[in-house]
Design a protein around this ligand. Structure first.
Ligand code: PLP
Length: 404
């Protein structure tokens, strides 16, 4: 290890808030599925910045759109119109079949904006008494890190010593439609849920769950808000994960890959009058909808479709899952996934997933553990069959360890 590597890590530790515990690698370059560290070692990125870099690192067409726009105009604020926002609205609405769009920056901001919007809709359209709106969420959810959001997290690490929190949220188990039915009351305005729980360890609900959820929400005039910040934009092998279930959300949240990893861009999409309740002055963001963000997002959406990344995610995801299932290793408890959103859950006796991620690093693969026992695998959607096979070989030798 050269001194420069030690310096970067030690300097981060000295000055930075220690709210992360990164794997010991310092990256300085990326291209497609590959990243390089400061020593010139190459790694296959099996995290894709939690699915934000789905289009591959430094995609040349997104880069060109960003540079071109940065030369012309970056920020106007929404006090004035710009010549990119309308085109972004038009293109994302056409692609997703949405009627209204609210542009924000981070994923958490999109979630917060949806919460504000469905509450307002509840009071002004559904007729819920002021201050009484309830939103139902799921246990083990992950929707971001703001105070409003961590207040309805069920993870003690996420909530601990950050209160007091805002009221108005009810937690039910994920994947249990009966629990939803029982939790709904006349003041329920929305059910906020991830199609597949990402941070919880790629938890896929039982078949038919979302059909029942959709029916319950419709029957009770409850807005179904799908947080597709991680599952959306091709990650699961469809444009939106809701398409696997044959349903349509009332409100869809996108972020992460909406910019291909170049810039924070998120959006609230709505299929009805939820966003229509917002009047001038009632919600906003200085950077939300800025021309640079819009130009980047437009290019990120264009390459996703034009370069067949969604179809490739379905194809390579199936190959990856089949390959993982074929690994006969006593460390593996379960393998699961949809498209290129995959996870290997280890047996408790196998030790912490973190250790395996560090072994994988030594073999040229960067992956990230989640919840002690799970290795999450989510490479960019541009991965090829050869690269999947290359990764599988290394995963097989890493997971086939004698821990007895
Ligand atoms: C990452 C993520 C968020 C939060 O996005 P940020 O950009 O980190 O604020 C919200 N919901 C889901 C499902 C996510 O995966």
């Amino acid at each position: 290890m050269s001194s420069s590597v030690i310096d970067f890590i030690a300097t981060e530790a000295r000055f930075g808030a220690r709210n992360y515990e990164p794997i010991g690698v310092v990256l300085s370059r990326g291209e497609g599925v590959w990243v390089w560290d400061t020593e010139g070692n190459r790694y296959l990125d099996c995290l894709s910045a939690y699915s934000a870099v789905s289009q591959g690192h430094c995609h040349p067409k997104i880069l060109a759109a960003m540079v071109e726009q940065a030369h012309r105009l970056t920020l106007t604020s929404r006090a004035f119109h710009n010549d990119q926002l309308a085109l972004f609205y038009e293109e994302i609405a056409a692609l997703t079949g949405s009627h209204k769009v609210l542009p924000m920056n981070s994923g958490a901001e999109a979630v917060e904006s949806a919460i504000k919007s469905v509450r307002k809709w509840g009071y002004e359209v559904k007729g819920v008494p002021d201050g009484q709106a309830e939103i139902i969420v799921c246990a083990n959810n992950f929707h971001g890190r703001t105070l409003g959001i961590v207040g309805f997290s069920t993870d003690p690490e996420t909530r601990g010593h950050f209160g007091p929190f805002a009221p108005g949220f009810k937690v039910i188990p994920f994947g249990d439609a009966t629990a939803l039915e029982e939790a709904i009351n006349p003041n329920t305005v929305a059910f906020l849920v991830e199609p597949i729980q990402g941070e919880a360890g790629v938890v896929i609900p039982p078949a038919g769950y979302f059909t029942e959820v959709r029916a319950l929400c419709t029957a009770n005039n409850v807005m179904l808000v799908l947080d597709e910040i991680q599952t959306g934009l091709g990650r699961t092998g469809k444009l939106l994960a809701e398409q696997h279930e044959g349903i349509e959300a009332d409100v869809t949240l996108l972020g992460k890959a909406l910019s291909g990893g170049f810039y924070p861009v998120s959006a609230v999409l709505s299929n009805n009058d939820v966003l229509g309740t917002l009047r001038p002055g009632q919600h906003g963001s200085t950077f939300g909808g800025n021309p640079l963000a819009c130009a980047v997002a437009r290019a990120a959406l264009r390459v996703l479709v034009e370069e067949g990344m969604i179809e490739n995610a379905a194809l390579q995801g199936a190959r990856f899952l089949e390959g993982l299932k074929a690994i006969r290793a006593n460390t593996i408890r379960e393998v699961r996934g949809r498209g290129l959103m995959l996870a290997v859950e280890l047996h408790p006796e196998a030790g912490r997933a973190r250790r395996y991620c560090e072994t994988l690093q030594g073999k040229g693969i960067l992956a990230k553990d989640t919840h002690e026992q799970t290795i999450r695998i989510a490479p960019p959607l541009v991965i090829t069959s050869d690269q999947v096979d290359w990764a599988l070989e290394r995963l097989a030798t890493t997971l086939t360890q004698d821990f007895s």
